[in-house]
Ligand binder design. Structure first.
Ligand code: GLU
Length: 476
């Protein structure tokens, strides 16, 4: 049997973090089992589905490193298949038309509430006589189609994450609506549980891996598989993603969509690494830092926890910093240069940009910090008060003058680290000024402040952009 799994996002919003994590688990499982990962866009809610969300979902998945192994299925194109299945259930008597009006149903629910009963459809239209049905149709009443659910039936499956599961038919809310309201003998728009079953079977899905909020749907879907005579896949329900307080992660926690991570300055590698760790634990002895390729060799569903997964900012930040520190100058430059350009900053050449990206990376946790910290390399910074103070320290100006003098010997292209260090040594010796003072003063002159990346590298980079001498000069 070839494993076939799918992600079935509804394009009613941007790629949600929970959907992205479900996508990763499905993709990793497919790769591990040498199977196929498929995507089905569930766009049957015409009012809420938008093309821009479809694009956002595909883009977000691609950013994380996930693509579909087959042409994605667009659910709305398959409406005839869905309707055929409903007709089949009607023909077999496993589904029927329910003409109850919204007012009647509201009244029913109100009565249940008044009697402290759980809300459920009371199956009132189950055994409507042919005559009554014809009468309703003549009156022009609209109807939904309902699937019969036997209250006495037990629904059992072995969940690949949660173990043995058992549901009772009576807990499923009464006979289930499988098509929206329609007039006359038409079949209205087919609804979620029905279409998912029809499509998963048509796509030959072997394992349905999705969030635990779908557990009750799984029970209903198993009944539909049986009624339609379709092969029931295996099921695995993944835990919810929780915030630090243990509540379901929401907009208030600052992230809901994968875009947010990109915009906040997380790398795709750290994001997909972290998402995988949200609910899945690495086997003992394995590093928690991995690429999707690496983890796809050892991924298993039984290492997914049943309990909710708490979102941990410290951990994703740590992973992001790790990815940034281990990135090549070229990769860092590719990430940063479009952001620099957005601010109108252009590197004199790619080599220069790569050196700057690498230099800044040592203190970066988020990509965005490589933009803020790059500013003084592109734009002349104002001298902050602390820098002015430093330049006025005894010996500072003399040291800077002496540095300038020595620089005359070098062109900005040749000047390198060794020569820079040599200049500092010589100035210290000949002028009798402590190296600490020289270095602090040089930093103040070059960056206008007392904090920043490695001084010698900063100097070389500014020198290669022909910016060091002017900055030293302005201190006098
Ligand atoms: N469209 C459903 C959702 O986004 C799919 C659930 C499923 O995987 O069956 O929640």
């Amino acid at each position: 049997m070839t494993v076939r799994v799918r992600l079935a996002p509804s394009p009613t919003g941007t790629l949600h973090i929970g959907t992205a994590r479900t996508a990763l688990f499905n993709w990793l499982f497919a790769k591990k089992e040498k199977g196929k990962f498929l995507i089905r866009i569930e766009d049957t809610d015409k009012e809420r589905s938008k093309n821009e969300y479809i694009e956002n979902i595909f883009e977000g998945l691609k950013w994380l490193g996930i693509t579909s192994d087959e042409e994605p299925v667009i659910q709305s194109n398959r409406i005839n298949e869905h309707k055929k299945a409903i007709q089949n259930l009607l023909d077999k008597g496993q589904a029927y038309r329910c003409f109850a009006t919204e007012e009647e149903l509201d009244l029913m629910r109100q009565q249940q509430k008044d009697n402290s009963q759980a809300p459920r459809y009371d199956n009132r239209s189950r055994n409507l006589s042919k005559e009554k049905e014809s009468e309703f149709l003549r009156q022009g009443r609209t109807s939904v189609i309902r699937f019969r659910i036997n209250d006495e039936e037990s629904i059992i499956w072995k969940d690949l994450i949660r173990g043995p599961m058992k549901w009772s038919g009576k807990d499923l809310g009464g006979d289930m609506v499988i098509s929206r309201r329609s007039i006359g003998n038409e079949i209205g728009d087919p609804l979620y549980n029905l279409v998912v079953v029809v499509d998963d079977a048509a796509m030959k899905i072997t394992h349905v891996i999705r969030g635990e909020d779908h557990i009750a749907n799984t029970a209903k879907q198993i009944l539909l598989y049986k009624a339609l005579g379709l092969k029931i896949p295996e099921f695995a329900h993944t835990p919810l993603i929780l915030n630090a307080e243990g509540k379901k992660l929401s907009k208030r926690d600052g992230v809901t969509s994968i875009n947010d991570f990109k915009e906040m300055g997380y790398t795709s590698e750290a994001t997909s690494n972290y998402m995988t760790l949200l609910g899945w634990s690495v086997p003992e002895g394995m590093d928690e830092r991995f690429t999707l390729e690496e983890v796809s060799k050892i991924f298993s569903l039984n290492k997914i926890n049943k309990a909710g997964a708490k979102f941990d900012w410290d951990k994703i930040n740590w992973l992001n910093a790790q990815v940034i520190h281990n990135s090549s100058p070229n990769d860092l430059f590719q990430l940063l240069s479009p952001l620099w350009e957005k601010n109108g900053w252009k590197s004199p050449n790619d080599e220069w940009g790569k050196s700057l990206a690498k230099l800044l990376s040592s203190s970066m946790t988020l990509i965005q910090e490589g933009v803020d910290q790059a500013k003084p390399f592109f734009e002349e910074p104002e001298l902050k008060e602390e820098a002015i103070k430093q330049i006025n320290v005894e010996g500072a100006k003399l040291a800077l003058k002496s540095i300038l003098k020595k620089l005359e010997k070098y062109s900005s292209e040749q000047f390198d680290k060794q020569e820079a260090k040599k200049i500092l040594e010589e100035v210290s010796k000949t002028e009798g000024i402590k190296k600490g003072i020289i270095m602090k003063s040089l930093r103040a002159a070059l960056l206008g402040e007392m904090q920043g990346p490695d001084l010698i590298s900063t100097w070389i980079i500014l020198s290669r952009a022909s910016k060091d001498r002017a900055r030293i000069n302005r201190c006098f």
